[in-house]
Design a binder for this molecule. Structure first.
Ligand code: NDP
Length: 459
């Protein structure tokens, strides 16, 4: 008679939890996964997938404009937001069904309800106790908002994905991934978007040139970026919201969305009571094996607040399952993780930003290219793509590749393989370009950008 009901109980059926559990189930473990909402998690239900579908939908606005000089007549074209939301939801239902099927096919019992730990091997759900040798916490994160008067009036990306109609004006607070992505969606569909950021520029942590070039492109599309602006309070009067800023400026708008980061979803889960060490923001502290301070409790994905990206959560889930249920100890390599921002135009980035590379390696070479994409020579759109390589001057190794412009995420994914293989600039240069493409710029950049320190030393 086994000591526990299951070998593994997972709380949270998002990307990381599902991957870890279904692999464990496939390897023969007795598994259950507990989910209080629908199976799929943030990425499938409230994040990457629905967001990207809306990005595609919004981009048709530009495609239609751009088509005219290619001979198309697009008079009378109009957009039905509610229809896009409905079709997007049909797709989410389909994906939810696929996730459920995959879990069942891998012998994972799916339990609807909220799981709360009562001891290091026991989870209570729907008034019933379930025990397991190992417990995997994969409950993800949730939008967090600052505690200011009137914050109850704001929406998050969760609600933005479900709006029934578009406002005329909208304020988006925050300058991270979510804020710039939604600014692009709404602006393309005709909403007057003001993005309010407390910092000097959007996308903290990205290469400076990327931040500047994307801001420039967003502004060309009508997004107003208010930097170094802090909102103190929000009042609602009828359908109008009044935002009072620290410098006494007042902004009036029809909808306020906050995208000011996400917090691990651990409140009320019984983790601290079970002895699990949590960070100040509630994240589960884990080691490289995804193990918490309690031997039987593990965590993967956004709840651990390492790199909050779906593919990383999936790698962590896989590493957990391989290690514990397939006799194949595996850890995740967090170096050179590429990422994309599905802004308009999008950003792709891998490796070190120039500023970080300079601080870490000292002497670096920088190559940049800024050009009008071929498609826009005819469309007439005033858009520039920007690409950048950061190279270690001593070893010639490419330390970072960054891009703002059409297809940036698709292009950077391939470049990321080269960077993961420690490719040198000489190897980039020895690679034949694909012509005509934007991607070929990454293998044809010959002119180093003057190094400010070397220029200064020479003077
Ligand atoms: P981010 O951490 O990317 O950005 C948060 C933004 O909110 C920053 O601009 C930050 O400003 C600002 N901010 C934080 N607190 C406050 C405050 N009190 N008042 C005003 N502004 C504030 O979070 P997101 O919510 O955009 O996204 C969460 C995470 O989800 C991302 O970090 C990313 O890992 C993931 N994600 C990935 C996507 C992708 O891969 N394409 C898409 C969407 C999300 P400051 O810069 O000054 O700190």
């Amino acid at each position: 008679m086994p000591r526990y009901d299951y070998d593994l109980i997972t709380i949270g059926a998002g990307s990381g939890g599902v991957r870890g559990t279904r692999l464990a189930g496939g390897y023969g473990a007795r598994t259950a996964i507990i989910e209080e909402e629908r199976v799929g998690g943030t990425c499938v239900l409230r994040g990457c997938v629905p967001k990207k579908l809306l990005v595609y939908g919004a981009h048709y606005a530009e495609h239609l404009e751009d088509a005219v000089n290619y001979g198309w007549s697009v008079d009378g074209a109009s957009h039905d937001w509610a229809r896009m939301i409905d079709t997007k939801n049909v797709e989410l239902d389909r994906l939810n069904g696929i996730y459920l099927r995959i879990l069942r096919e891998n012998n994972v019992e799916v339990v609807d309800g909220r799981g709360v730990l009562t001891d290091p091997h026991t989870v209570e759900v729907n008034g019933k106790s379930m025990t397991a040798e190992k417990i995997l916490v994969a409950v993800g994160g949730w939008p967090s908002t600052p505690d200011i008067p009137g914050v109850e009036h704001v929406i998050s990306s969760n609600e933005a994905l479900e709006l029934r109609e578009l406002p005329k004006r909208m304020v988006i607070v925050g300058g991270g991934y979510i804020a710039v992505e939604f600014a692009g969606i709404f602006a393309a569909l005709g909403v007057e978007v003001t993005e309010v950021i407390r910092a000097e520029a959007i996308l903290r942590g990205f290469d400076h040139d990327i931040r500047v070039n994307l801001t420039d492109e967003m502004q060309k599309r009508g997004v107003k970026v208010l930097s170094e602006t802090v909102i103190r309070s929000i009042e609602k009067d009828g359908d109008v919201y009044t935002l009072r800023c620290a410098g006494n400026e007042i902004i009036e708008t029809d909808l306020v969305m906050y995208a000011t980061g996400r917090t691990p979803n651990t409140a009320g889960l019984g983790l601290a009571e079970a002895g699990v060490e949590l960070a100040g923001n509630g994240a589960v502290m884990v080691d490289e094996w995804n193990q918490s301070s309690v031997e039987s409790i593990y965590a993967v994905g956004d709840v651990t607040d390492r790199i909050a990206l779906t593919p990383v959560a999936i790698q962590e889930g896989r590493a957990f399952a391989e290690t514990h249920f397939n006799g194949n100890p595996l850890t995740v390599d967090y170096d050179d993780v590429p990422s994309a921002v599905f802004s308009t135009p999008p950003v792709g980035s891998v490796g070190l930003p120039e500023e970080v590379a300079r601080a870490r390696y000292g002497d670096i070479d920088v190559y940049v290219s800024r050009f009008k994409p071929l498609v826009h020579t005819l469309s007439g759109r005033d858009e520039r793509s920007f690409m950048k390589l950061v190279v270690d001057a001593h070893t010639d190794r490419v330390l970072g590749a960054h891009m703002v412009g059409l297809d940036a995420p698709e292009i950077i994914q391939g470049v990321a393989i080269a960077i993961k293989c420690d490719a040198t600039k000489a190897q980039f240069d020895a690679t034949t370009g694909i012509h005509p493409s934007a991607a070929e710029e990454f293998v044809t950049m010959r002119e180093k950008r003057p190094n400010p320190e070397r220029v200064q030393a020479a003077e």
